[in-house]
Design a protein around this ligand. Sequence first.
Ligand code: GLC
Length: 431
Amino acid sequence: MTYSTSSQTQTQTLDAAARAILKTNDRGGYTVPNGRVYPFQWNWDSAFVALGFADFDRDRAWVEIETLFEAQWDDGFLPHIVFWKDDSGYFPGASVWDAHKNPATSGITQPPVAASVIRWLWDSGSKSAREAERMAALYPKVLKWHRWFARHRDPEGRGLVVATHPWETGRDNSPEWDYPASGVDISAVGSYERRDTSHLDAQMRPTKLDYDRYLAIVQFGRDHDWDHDVIARTGPFRVADVGMTMILLRANRDLLALAKILGRSKDYAEIEASIEKTRAGIDWLWNDEVEAFCSRDLISGRSSAMITSASFLSFYAGVGTEKQNQSLIAHLDRISSKIDKMLPSLDPDHEAFDAMRYWRGPCWAVVTFLVARGLLDEGQSEWAERLRLDTAALIRDTGFYEAFCPVSGRGTGGDLFSWTAAMWLFWAGKA
Ligand code: GLC
């Protein structure tokens, strides 16, 4: 594609703006997703942010991931938030989680994109001895985290990832969690003061009922001293998440590639076995009626029967029969005829679709990016490019918002958002 001079200038301006966001949100070794709404280090945000830094400061890119892994627990668990410094602008803070760690952390994890990001970082660099050293130092830590998933997040041995809190999935208020969370007892939650709605329009955020449930599930974990075995077997929220499962499957493939680069032959069989187990187990998430991969509640056995942006991560994970892939592409065709910009976080034909409310409709650059990568890998280059161009247009027309309305293109949630800036630099802004 050839750019006219004016679009070249526009790209340069956006590149500079994206870099400035990452620099402004850099707290020295880690980057906050957004200075006001999310003032700590978030797990999968940092992984994506590293890709953004790779565009102009490779050392800083590695540091982002290294800092995140400094907060890894001894058993391999990698927390979803690291509270490096106190900040009263966010609720629930470190004292609510009460995980007794130094640095203070939350007690749940997030989608494991780190292995894939490390591979992208490695592949996009000069493969210098220094980067090889850094990659080699991170490798055992990532392996340990993946082992933690196998041991503590798959209580039925299906090869899937069981999320024990909606926040773990990274798709906080996806309607996929409405039914599984409906049994959570919120009677002992008590009163609390949310901070998110003092920074942002409440219409764009999860509801009070969502938050009551989030807190009740946190209380359960805290009451069980964050014993992840107990939580995954008996907790009030247990869902085989299609997003985390697909992301872990891809991450295991990338980890295997890293193991091969490093010659860690003693690990190959173990990682291959994990890949095979998930590949074989994934069909439990396929819903024949809606013809898509959907999350499934472990407590009731019920499929969400919802097509979300995460349903399309099957391409990224490299799973799906030809027929399944055809159905998914047909869904992309249908969805794109209903809205202006891809990829909405929920099927616009679903009754729960809400174009401005967080994970119930808006487009999120990070998930769109992962889906686009998968589509490209599976030979769907036109679709991959459509997703990239739509994301680029949303950012260009609106700014670096947390997410975007798929109908009007308006920004939703926080602005000057780190992972949106990173996705511009690594992907959307690259012709
Ligand atoms: C919200 C998002 C989650 C993200 C976090 C920080 O909780 O749902 O995916 O990691 O904000 O940006």
